[in-house]
Write a protein that binds this ligand. Structure first.
Ligand code: PMP
Length: 356
């Protein structure tokens, strides 16, 4: 007898993480270039002396600290092992076999994998010609079987954002039984005041008695803790409670909780770093536009080069220059904004690509 794993996993793609090559500059995973602040390293060291004990499964200090920083009630918050875990918890909390999850495509690569693993049905809605989420088509794709819609704002990998009015209009059109998840993994890099803070949008809707919005944020990007895996969700108390029910016990470890608390306390300093990355994003985009590349406006810590069939050649050319970027075969290349020196190296590679 051989063990029988689920037949439908055979055609499920593996999640492909950004490559790491020793000695190369990695601009492939939307990480920030700076390491943890001294106060965060201290919190990590201090928490590490207690790891013979299980972590606080409710992450109460982290939840209280978040509640204070975001000015929201603690019972509206749920913590997860990275926001990718919360994506899964949201699907688990809303969908049973055959229920539908609608999401834009291309968008965050984990959405289709999670939906299939949970046993729900994927409904992918193509982006517009200008690489933006197609909200009209997303609304049309909703059926009585739809339980959840992911809106990634700004979208990974294109960086394109959604504005306040279009989000409000979409939320007004969505039936009340459908949970709309605003995935704001890159929120802290947004500089355009027309892009709303999803937590504000959700709070106003909750006050108006509408409960079908949830907002996802992460400590992996702006807070620089990708290696520690902490994310959070702001939702109604009943959705937050459902997320806690499907939470894998103890999955946010004690070191990660302590680092997240220390990072929140150092928030102002970290947001200064984000502002610098956002400035670099504009510089890199302008440089690429000057070279003749098409680059949609980005509000995240990466830019998108819709290179189509040239994607593989461009990715290889960057690797020859010891720069790892993220290619999506046949579609385009996503380049994370690094520090100034790293970005300059990338611009040199993008220049020589056109000459080769
Ligand atoms: N959402 C989006 C849109 C992302 O791009 C990512 C990370 N690539 C995540 C969620 C998950 O981030 P994490 O699990 O590190 O919090």
């Amino acid at each position: 007898m051989t063990v029988r794993t689920r037949a439908d996993l055979a055609d499920l793609p593996n999640y492909v993480p950004g490559r790491s090559v020793p000695g190369a500059v990695k601009l492939a995973s939307n990480e920030v270039p700076g390491g943890p602040l001294p106060s965060v390293i201290e919190a990590i060291a201090s928490a590490s002396t207690q790891v013979n004990r299980y972590p606080d499964s409710g992450a109460s200090l982290l939840v209280d600290t978040l509640s204070r920083h975001l000015d929201v009630e603690a019972d509206h918050l749920a913590i997860g092992c990275g926001s990718v875990s919360l994506c899964q918890q949201l699907v688990q909390a809303t969908c049973q076999d055959g229920d539908e999850v609608v999401f834009p495509w291309r968008s965050f690569e984990a959405y289709p994998i999670i939906v299939q693993v949970v046993g729900a049905r994927q409904v992918r809605v193509p982006l517009t010609e200008s690489h933006r989420l197609n909200l009209a088509a997303l609304a049309q794709a909703i059926t009585p079987a739809t339980r959840l819609v992911f809106l990634c704002n700004p979208n990974n990998p294109t960086g394109t954002p959604l504005g306040r009015e279009e989000i409000e209009d979409f939320l007004d059109r969505v039936p009340e039984h459908v949970l709309v998840v605003l995935d704001e993994a890159y929120r802290e890099f947004v500089t355009d005041p027309g892009i709303p803070d999803g937590i504000e949008v959700a709070r106003r809707r909750f006050e108006a008695g509408r409960d079908n919005v949830a907002v996802l944020r992460t400590f992996s990007k702006a807070y620089g803790l990708a290696g520690l895996r902490v994310g959070y969700c702001y939702a109604t108390p009943s959705v937050a409670q459902a997320l806690r029910k499907v939470y894998l016990p103890f999955s946010v470890n004690a070191v990660a909780q302590a680092a997240a608390v220390a990072s929140l306390e150092a928030r102002d300093e970290l947001l200064v770093r984000c502002a610098e990355i956002s400035r670099e994003r504009e510089r890199v985009r302008d440089g690429l536009l000057d070279l003749g590349y098409e680059i949609p406006p980005s509000q995240a810590n990466f830019v998108w080069l819709p290179l189509g069939e040239d994607t593989a050649a461009f990715t290889e050319h960057c690797l020859d220059h010891k720069i790892i970027v993220r290619g999506f075969p046949g579609e385009g290349v996503r380049v994370t904004i690094g520090d100034r020196e790293e970005n300059d190296l990338f611009l040199v590679a993008a220049t020589s690509y056109l000459e080769h």
